[in-house]
Design a protein around this ligand. Structure first.
Ligand SMILES: [Fe+2]
Length: 245
């Protein structure tokens, strides 16, 4: 009968299923109660969605605040995390990654330098070239960052962006010396975006390049420092004028 059929539909997960039984009998009353129950469940689902949405926004807000704190540590890189994040998301979308992966890229790019919180300001802000020893110390920031995030279970997919954003395509990067496809894609994306922003903003010992020049520089180092496919993507985005704000 109709009520039983509706109940089966409902049980399969279609919570909008409604029984249409017009009768004053007990069955009719049952159908009405049943419909009220469905409405309640629908309402709960709506509220759950809203709560999840709010949670997501709070989470991203917290990540952005943390990214701003990282940028604040290093006065030369103000706004760096935001720009790296914007570039990274553009690259991820151009690669047609799914929404979850794009989101991971967004969070990973915002947090990539979180390990700098554990680096001494005197070295982070040193206006001259670092000594070899200081450089070796500075190079610990990806692993420091990865250990900071390690206890957070939900950061598992993000962590490779933090740990491996200074690897090079040819295997001569750090900390692990991973090569080509061994480097997680999320880390390769952040690496190219990070470098592109470093090239196009003023730094203590380097004046900023134009986007045009930076793309040319990326192309020179394509296949040695950077993933050739990603260099191509950056070049395409630049050609279309999508890298500018
Ligand atoms: Fe870094």
């Amino acid at each position: 009968n109709q009520l039983a059929e509706t109940a089966r539909t409902f049980a399969r997960g279609d919570f909008a299923a409604r029984a249409d039984v017009r009768s004053h009998s007990e069955i009719g009353e049952l159908a009405e109660t049943y419909n009220r129950m469905s409405d309640q469940i629908q309402d709960h689902i709506k509220r759950l969605h809203a709560a999840a949405q709010e949670n997501q926004e709070l989470f991203l807000g917290t990540i952005k605040a943390l990214a701003a704190a990282i940028d604040e540590k290093d006065p030369y890189t103000r706004g760096h995390s935001d720009r790296v994040s914007r570039f990274s998301v553009l690259i991820a979308k151009e690669l047609r990654l799914g929404p979850r992966e794009v989101r991971n890229v967004e969070i990973g790019s915002l947090l990539h330098d979180v390990g700098k919180i554990g680096i001494d300001d005197r070295i982070l802000r040193k206006p001259s070239v670092l000594t070899e020893e200081e450089y070796r110390y500075m190079k610990q920031h990806p692993e420091k960052g990865a250990s900071m995030l390690a206890p957070i279970k939900n950061m598992k997919e993000i962590n490779p962006a933090v740990k491996h954003h200074h690897e090079r395509w040819d295997g001569r990067g750090y900390p692990s010396g991973l090569k080509a496809d061994e480097i997680p894609l999320i880390a390769r994306i952040v690496n190219v975006a990070d470098t592109f922003d470093a090239m196009t903003t003023n730094r203590p010992y380097q004046k900023s390049m134009s986007y045009e020049k930076a793309v040319a520089r990326l192309k020179e180092l394509s296949g040695t420092a950077y993933d050739p496919k990603l260099v191509e993507v950056v070049a395409t985005l630049h050609r279309r004028g999508e890298l500018k704000d």
